[in-house]
Design a binder for this molecule. Sequence first.
Ligand code: F1P
Length: 357
Amino acid sequence: MNSNDKKWTHLHTWNEILSQAEVWKGVLQMLRRSAPAERIIDTSSDQQEWLFVGCGTSFYLAEAAALSWTLLTSLPARAIPASEILLFPRLLAADGQKQAVVISRSGRTSEAVRAARVLREELRIATLGVTCAKSSELEQICSESIVLSAADENSTVMTRSFTSMLLCLQFLGAKRAGKLQFIERMETMAEELAPRVRTIAAEVEAFVHRTEFEDYVFLGQGPFHGIAREAALKVMEMSCSYSQVFHTLEFRHGPKAIVTPATCLTFFLSETAQKEETEVLSEMKELGGATVAICNRAGETIQQASDLVIQMDTAGDELALLAPYTVPCQLMGFFTGLRKGLNPDEPKNLTRVVILD
Ligand code: F1P
């Protein structure tokens, strides 16, 4: 039975997940001509600390973007939830120059908009808005904004908006660092992944239908930790399943106590630390957990220790793997939600935008 006969092909979330690689290609082409992107790079100085700000999925995006930024530019960067800026503004020590990036698909999330206003108007910090919505409050407040309207979604949960805004920030970091080869590698990755997304979807769908789990753990180091946090949120939002996140090697220090055959452990394997991360993967398999390895290319050890292996098999730089690594877990949340009789387009308890009084 092909996917056209399946009952979910009309869902916004399904079509938005499937469209990602094509949207990435368009976003990267647009950024090559983006005047705001040029201005931000030209006006930022070398002494700045970069603050990446968001809520929910957009905060986990901020985490992946901040570590990507430092690895690309060698500049200090950190991610902070918008709420922390509002509740504990003294966390933003006054010392040193800062540049802020506020991320919000809708550009309307109350905490994100309020944080942008505090940053720009009270703390006098230059603030870039990154959003998918046209003419938003965020865009009106920020000194510069990049609007990725092609990545916007009808769905409540964020999928292609997450990966596209992440690629946008990695593009800016590479541009800031003069690493134009990295931009070409992102473009190559998007070209190579476009024909593979449906295959990955079929692999994840089959895995979800042959297994059933009580809880989920997502493990990643370095910039992959932000991806692990987003993966956990996708599974929580779309399937109402209990998910936890740890730095991969941290899982040995106590949390592994929870491992049973009903625990699904997903490993986001970096290139830098793949040996050490794969050792944890093998140990958790020996403990009896169910294991999923998301990697670029899987050697024999990874294959033997995994119940499911999703390989990207792309020539891209390690940081170019962050966006495609997110796709299998968007699909894990999607298919697990369907199997539990839920509708990923209408996630329980959630609204598309959190607006506070
Ligand atoms: C942020 C967010 C999403 C979440 C839900 C509610 O939205 O928290 O991460 O999945 O849709 O809104 P935004 O600020 O990026 O528009």
